[in-house]
Design a protein around this ligand. Structure first.
Ligand SMILES: [Ca+2]
Ligand SMILES: [Ca+2]
Length: 84
């Protein structure tokens, strides 16, 4: 895979995670974000679940779920995951 595609977003990444999850919030990687997965994400954000319950919700890989990530997940729920 050519590494020609660089995101235009300027992210001061200290430790870039491999490739950002294709679909934020898609915990089980089936290409669809479900309400259950959103709820899992919310629980992680609240500290009820460990982050390893849904790595896909942690878009920036900082082992925490932010509001932005929850919103991204909800967008994927509503609009569907971005397909490559
Ligand atoms: Ca899913
Ligand atoms: Ca995060």
């Amino acid at each position: 895979m050519p590494a020609g595609e660089t995101p235009t977003v300027a992210t001061p990444t200290t430790t870039p995670t491999s490739v950002a999850a294709a679909c934020v919030g898609d915990c089980n990687g089936d290409g669809v974000v479900t309400v259950a997965e959103i709820i899992t994400g919310v629980n992680i954000a609240l500290g009820s679940f460990a982050i390893d319950r849904c790595q896909a919700i942690d878009a920036n890989g900082n082992s925490a779920v932010s509001i932005n990530e929850l919103i991204a997940a909800v967008n994927n729920l509503l609009r569907g995951c971005p397909q490559g």
